[in-house]
Design a protein around this ligand. Structure first.
Ligand code: C2E
Ligand code: MG
Ligand code: MG
Length: 559
């Protein structure tokens, strides 16, 4: 009779355990109650040992699976089980207070019950391990991108996503941290930083690793500012003993999901933070960029540019416009700059709308070679027509600098068109890194050796470095319009700087060209400072080729 009822109790127990997601939580009490009452059990505790060392140190992870509160600690039944993966578990079963010790028959049944419990608990642990493998980044001890997507999908389904902010964060200068402290400590620092951010996100948010030093953050909207503050600089201790710390910061693309744009899937959120981190990285002054409708629009436009570019190049939709450079001594044309225009479906698109997009990849290089080729074709034709041909400068993106074959490629294009090298000048902008500096030196020296001149473009924008001018073999310095005093400028600094930049260029043997000259006052000032070549609307805008050709026929700019 009792045997029968025990069998039924065990059957119930199995059925109930099957329905429990995680049998390692007090949730399993509900399935355990019946057998435990039957066997006069007060408490069941399972201690898990992850490693033999943890076992030797008696450092187990305890799980209370059942507890009545009326426990007789002197009446204890224990069972030790080894798992196939080298971990160990010890079950401690305690009797109820004020009860007789278990009989032999009860002991046998306890044995059966605990063996079954072990099977269920083992399965749960496997599921947890599997979950961790699927949704957890073991290195950083935070969730992974899969979990980020899953959570967002759940929040969208519950209509709660508009309470949240999502961010894409990228740690700043982390390769330098790795170099300075070594990769191992670098990892400790990274973990410390993301754990701190993770903690700040509170109960409803978390950090998830995307890969490398990129992470995603989800947090309640009211926490946005707190998180951003931490991202802009948090001291992380990497050596507990010495207390050594390092300041870590991150740039972030931030999407405050306010519902103004529809969020239908996790991809919409991912797109938002992806677009805004790209904007954040492109910025020099701010580390954070907030996702907005305009940003989405701009991104669409950029995607369109990239996707249409190959066809446009093939169909020769890009036109060369020429902007004359004029001598203020003779008022004659002495050179020109080739500037690109995109003739798309009858509309002329200015470079600002497509060059920055192409510069993100290597498409810009194809465009620059195309421009050089078309300029050479024009020059060849003008030479054949007996025109008064002047040197044309062609813009080359910094993207070319790492191309080891750049020089050969440039020479090949010029020679193929049978154009003398001294009709071509290559314009390059300044560089900021040491690596680029080396590349730049190699390219410039090579060009000089082949008789092609070079100019440093936009001097005065950004961190114009005197070393860059002094140590590299440039031929021409193009002074950016931002160095020119504008009408109504009361500040004397600009004209002082202009004067000395022009003077310095002349003294070290560089030809000076002032760009963006619009007024007679600017022209006169430049003349005063002995800068005699001027390019700007004051004389001519960039001109379509047929109009430019008229400037090659003894045209005078004298006003
Ligand atoms: P950039 O090389 O500094 O070219 C000078 C820019 O200043 C041109 O703008 C020109 O139209 C403009 N400009 C000339 N005179 C004046 C003036 O008096 N006032 C004002 N406000 N602006 C003046 P554009 O043609 O829009 O080109 C913009 C930039 O796009 C260029 O700056 C250059 O960096 C880039 N770019 C143009 N064509 C090419 C190309 O074929 N390859 C590459 N890599 N970049 C190009
Ligand atoms: Mg230029
Ligand atoms: Mg320029």
């Amino acid at each position: 009779m009792r045997e029968n009822s025990f069998r039924r109790i065990i059957q119930n127990f199995i059925m109930n355990m099957e329905s429990i997601q995680n049998t390692l939580t007090p949730e399993s009490s509900f399935a355990l109650t019946e057998p435990c009452v039957f066997l006069r059990i007060g408490m069941i505790r399972a201690d898990f040992f992850e490693t033999p060392r943890a076992y030797a140190m008696e450092n187990g992870q305890p799980y209370i699976l059942y507890n009545t509160g009326d426990v007789d600690e002197t009446n204890e039944f224990t069972m030790e089980k080894d798992t196939k993966v080298g971990t160990k578990v010890i079950y401690h079963v305690f009797g109820l207070i004020d009860e007789e010790p278990w009989t032999d028959e009860e002991m046998e049944r306890l044995d059966v019950l605990i063996k079954m419990l072990f099977v269920f608990n083992g399965r749960s642990r496997l599921m947890i391990a599997n979950y961790k493998l699927t949704f957890y980044d073991q290195d950083m001890q935070v969730f992974n991108l899969k979990y980020f997507f899953k959570t967002i999908a759940e929040l969208i389904a519950k209509n709660e996503i508009t309470q949240y902010t999502a961010m894409y964060i990228n740690l700043k200068r982390f390769s330098a941290v790795n170099l300075q402290l070594g990769k191992k400590i670098g990892n400790v620092v990274m973990r410390g930083f993301v754990k701190h951010i993770d903690m700040l996100t509170g109960d409803d948010g978390f950090v998830a690793r995307i890969g490398g030093d990129n992470f995603a953050v989800l947090c309640k909207q009211e926490l946005t500012d707190t998180i951003l503050e931490a991202l802009s600089g948090t001291a992380v201790t990497f050596d507990e003993k010495t207390g050594d710390r390092i300041l870590v910061s991150a740039c972030a693309g931030v999407y405050v999901i306010d519902g103004r744009l529809p969020v239908r899937s996790p991809d919409d959120v991912m797109d938002g933070i992806g677009i805004s981190i790209a904007a954040a990285k492109a910025r020099t002054k701010h580390d954070f960029a907030f996702f907005s409708e305009e940003m989405l629009e701009r991104n669409k436009q950029q995607l369109m540019v990239s996707s249409m570019f190959p066809n446009a190049l093939e169909n020769e939709e890009f036109l060369v416009y020429y902007q004359p450079k004029v001598s203020t001594e003779t008022y004659r044309i002495v050179g020109a700059e080739a500037l690109c225009r995109w003739n798309h479906e009858g509309k002329l698109i200015p470079p600002a709308e497509f060059i920055p997009v192409l510069e993100r990849g290597i498409d810009i290089c194809k465009l620059d070679f195309y421009m050089l080729d078309h300029v050479c074709r024009d020059i060849r034709r003008w030479l054949d027509e007996g025109k008064n041909v002047v040197k044309v400068s062609v813009n080359f993106s910094r993207r070319h600098l790492s191309d080891m074959d750049l020089l050969e490629h440039i020479v090949e294009i010029i020679d193929r068109n049978n154009v003398p090298h001294d009709f071509i000048e290559i314009e390059l902008t300044e560089t900021t890194t040491d690596v680029e500096f080396k590349d730049l030196r190699r390219v410039l020296s090579g060009l000089r050796d082949t008789g092609i001149s070079t100019s440093v473009d936009d001097f005065g924008v950004g961190y114009s470095s005197l070393t860059l001018i002094k140590d590299l073999p440039w031929d021409v310095m193009k002074i950016d319009r931002s160095l020119l005093p504008q009408e109504g400028d009361s500040d004397k600094k600009k004209s002082v700087m202009l004067k000395y930049v022009v003077g310095m260029a002349a003294e070290i043997g560089l030809q000076c060209v002032a760009e963006g000259v619009e007024t007679i006052e600017q022209e006169e000032l430049l003349k005063d400072y002995s800068c005699s070549i001027i390019q700007g609307f004051y004389f001519d805008k960039p001109l379509p080729v047929t109009e430019y050709e008229t400037r090659l026929d003894n045209y005078s700019y004298k006003k």
